[in-house]
Design a protein around this ligand. Structure first.
Ligand SMILES: Nc1ncnc2c1ncn2[C@@H]1O[C@H](COP(=O)(O)OP(=O)(O)OP(=O)(O)O)[C@@H](O)[C@H]1O
Length: 355
């Protein structure tokens, strides 16, 4: 049985849908991320799970029980906010124990859980400090410890890393992931940062305007996006219209402004005319007279050396309005005419929605 089930949940504000017929599950110990641009309804969904909002339609089921009419304080969830929401007048230990006192957990048990949490979160030396004496990362760890000690059925994270600097964000990102797996926490994590979602999640739910666009593992979401929205939002994608005809055996003839390609896909295209996409890193530099498949030529507009790779911005020679982005592991020799030839593996071409 799933730890959390969201069944056909809809939430409206006036005529506006913050959540539209949302259905997904989180298994025990699963790390599920709600990912999407600002205003797509991520926080509203967290609030529906926590009980701060009530669904207009559908069911929120935690541990097998419908909690639609259970108030927030009676739902066994814990929330970690981006602002940490630590009590400024309580020291680290008192902050961590706050939820345990509210739940009338016996004093000895409170001390046990506190000591374990201080150790896990590497906070022992800070246990008597006040929140304003802690760094952002330490405050985040206190907030996480405070949520974890209550042993919630579901732990809800609302962009918890957005106030941290880039380096610390990466460290805390790994800590949260490791701790949630170590303690088998069922986590619902909200972010608009696709790199964070890809790095942390067992399952990603991509939201757009209150609806689910795609549910999948990070690999599925990145390598098999189902729509232009997902392909474009997660990483960089080159997206064009194409005419697609089956050749049998999962092979397809693809005609687009790139020329004629052969694509290999076990997913049938939605129609004869669809959008197709490929990732910048999938195109491979090749020689003019080489025999590699699916060759095309681009005209380089700009290159950016990024250390481990080089970003190439280009156009198609006969379609100067078609911008293309490519990524190369080696800095290319750009010839005088600025033209580079690439090949694209047939499995790198993905079918998106119908045109
Ligand atoms: N209490 C409310 N009353 C009216 N509209 C609301 C309310 N709460 C949220 N909304 C609207 O619902 C939409 C979704 O908001 P929500 O906070 O869930 O988005 P989000 O994806 O979390 O965005 P962000 O990443 O910017 O936090 C927004 O357009 C917002 O203005």
């Amino acid at each position: 049985m799933a730890k959390l089930e969201i069944k056909n949940v809809t939430k409206k504000f006036g005529d506006f849908y913050a959540a539209k017929d949302i259905t997904f599950t989180a298994e025990e110990g699963e790390f599920v991320t709600l990912l999407g641009p600002s205003g797509c309804g991520k926080t509203s969904l967290l609030k529906l799970i926590a009980g701060f909002y009530q669904a207009d339609e559908g069911e929120v089921v935690i541990g097998g029980n419908n909690v639609n009419f259970v108030p927030p304080e009676k739902r066994n969830t814990a929330m970690c906010f981006q602002s940490y929401a630590l009590f400024p007048h309580l020291n680290v230990s008192h902050n961590i124990c706050y939820g345990l006192q509210q739940k009338n957990i016996a004093k000895d048990e409170q001390v046990n859980r506190l000591n374990v949490a201080l150790k896990q979160m590497d906070l022992e030396m800070h246990k008597l400090k006040m929140p304003n004496q802690l760094s952002g990362g330490q405050q985040q760890r206190v907030a996480l410890a405070r949520a974890m000690v209550t042993r919630p059925d579901v732990i809800l994270f609302d962009e918890p890393l957005s106030n941290l600097d880039a380096k610390l964000r990466e460290t805390v990102r790994f800590e949260i992931k490791q701790l949630s797996h170590q303690y088998n926490l069922t986590s619902i994590y909200v972010t608009h940062d696709q790199a964070e979602a890809l790095a942390m999640s067992d399952k990603i739910i991509v939201l757009n305007k209150g609806s689910i666009e795609q549910i999948g593992t990070p690999l599925e979401i990145y390598h098999q996006p189902v729509s232009r929205f997902v392909a474009d939002f997660i990483g960089v994608a080159n997206i064009v219209e194409a005419e697609v005809n089956s050749l049998g055996n999962d092979l397809y003839q693809v005609r687009s402004i790139f020329g004629d390609f052969v694509a290999k896909s076990n997913k049938k295209p939605a129609a004869n005319r669809v959008y197709i996409c490929f990732r910048p890193e999938d195109a491979v530099l090749c020689e003019a007279n080489s025999s590699e498949e699916n060759q095309f030529t681009v005209e380089v507009v700009q290159t950016a050396f990024m250390g481990n790779l080089t970003e190439v911005q280009a156009i198609l020679p006969n379609h100067s309005d078609q911008k293309i982005r490519l990524q190369l592991t080696k800095y290319p020799n750009i010839p005088a005419d600025k033209r580079l030839r690439f090949s694209l593996p047939s499995s790198a071409i993905h079918f998106l929605e119908a045109v």
